[in-house]
Design a protein around this ligand. Structure first.
Ligand SMILES: [Fe+2]
Length: 330
């Protein structure tokens, strides 16, 4: 990659970042369910160099047509590596990656170079060119984030984005129609399946329990302290302990079971399967060890197996063969 491209991009990205209210950008990104559009953000100097590279690679455009999905052209990463140093320099610019990592709150890295679409140019230049609604699904381990940068805008078509689609929290869908003007940046998380906010965790330490997957369910035991102050035992924590079963695909609650709370507990539920019996869900908490006949659409606690620790936080998780190697009593 040309050294001058790397330096120009580094300088221009720094200048563009200095002009942003970072806290506001981050807030908007999260308020929009991990989506942000920065209108004409990239400085003209860098956009001009990138547009010159677009013209250089235009003869290499590969057009394709997939009925009912897309029609348009693209230039792959391999061509850009050879002929578009500024575009590559932006894709790899450490300050740019750092900025995106700070907005998303995730350590980010470029896609594997074997992926021809890791960094690519897309040409919607002929009548009828389009791409239908889709998710930018991650085919890698971990999440995938997409950054789109507008370079040439001479179209009446718009980038249509649906925010909060199938939102498990019930937020209404918001549809945006965006013009990708030169320098406009759009960044979003490729495929967020779902997210549930279970509220603040009240205890001396943070939450430490893990969920389990069983058939169509994601089962999670949330046990907080029953009182904001466990010594004075004054104000009660609202809804301190609940056993949740979410639909693993949508995050919607299949069932929720309030439980007695005392001190926070960090146990991982366990499903016991035995021949000839219905599966049982076994859960420990500070106040009890319970089993439940597990059916996917409802649950009823069946019996108390034993009294619990009663006065301390419970770190134990049930196991089929033996007690946990360490039982915390603090
Ligand atoms: Fe896409």
């Amino acid at each position: 990659m040309s050294e001058s491209s790397t330096r120009v991009v580094a300088d221009e990205v720094e200048r563009a970042l200095a002009g942003l209210d970072f806290d506001e950008v981050k807030k908007t990104y999260w308020n929009q369910n991990e989506f942000i559009c920065l209108e004409r953000w990239l400085p003209a100097a860098i956009v001009g160099r990138m547009v010159a590279e677009v013209e250089r690679v235009r003869p290499a455009v590969h057009r394709n047509y997939i009925p009912r999905h897309k029609k348009g052209g693209s230039v792959s990463f391999y061509t850009l590596v050879e002929q578009a140093p500024t575009i590559l320099a932006l894709y790899r610019a450490p300050a740019f990656i750092r900025f995106l990592a700070n907005v998303t709150g995730q350590p980010l890295q470029p896609c594997p170079e074997s992926d021809p679409h890791s960094c690519a140019l897309y040409f919607y230049t002929e009548p009828g060119d389009h791409i239908g609604f889709h998710f930018d699904t991650s085919y890698y381990k971990g999440s995938r984030y997409t950054v789109l940068v507008g370079l040439i805008e001479r179209s009446s078509s718009r980038l249509v984005c649906q925010l909060f689609k199938d939102d498990p929290g019930g937020r209404p869908l918001v549809e945006l129609q965006l013009a990708t003007h030169p320098g406009t940046l759009v960044a979003f998380k490729g495929d967020k399946l779902w997210e549930r906010n279970l509220g603040p965790f009240i205890s001396q330490h943070g939450p430490g329990a893990s969920p389990i997957l069983y058939k169509n369910l994601l089962i999670f035991s949330m046990d907080k302290d029953a009182h904001y102050d466990t010594v004075k035992k004054g104000k009660l924590v609202p809804d301190p302990a609940t056993l949740y079963a979410f639909d693993k695909k949508t995050g919607k609650s299949v069932w929720e079971k309030p439980r007695e709370a005392l001190r926070a507990c960090y146990s991982v539920p366990f499903v016991l399967e035995r021949a000839g019996s219905q599966p049982e869900l076994i859960v420990t908490s500070t106040t009890a060890i319970t089993t439940t006949v597990l059916v996917v659409d409802s649950t009823t606690p069946r019996r108390l197996l034993s009294p619990s620790i009663r006065d301390r936080r419970d770190d134990r998780s049930p196991s089929p063969w033996s007690p946990s190697p360490w039982s915390g009593k603090r």
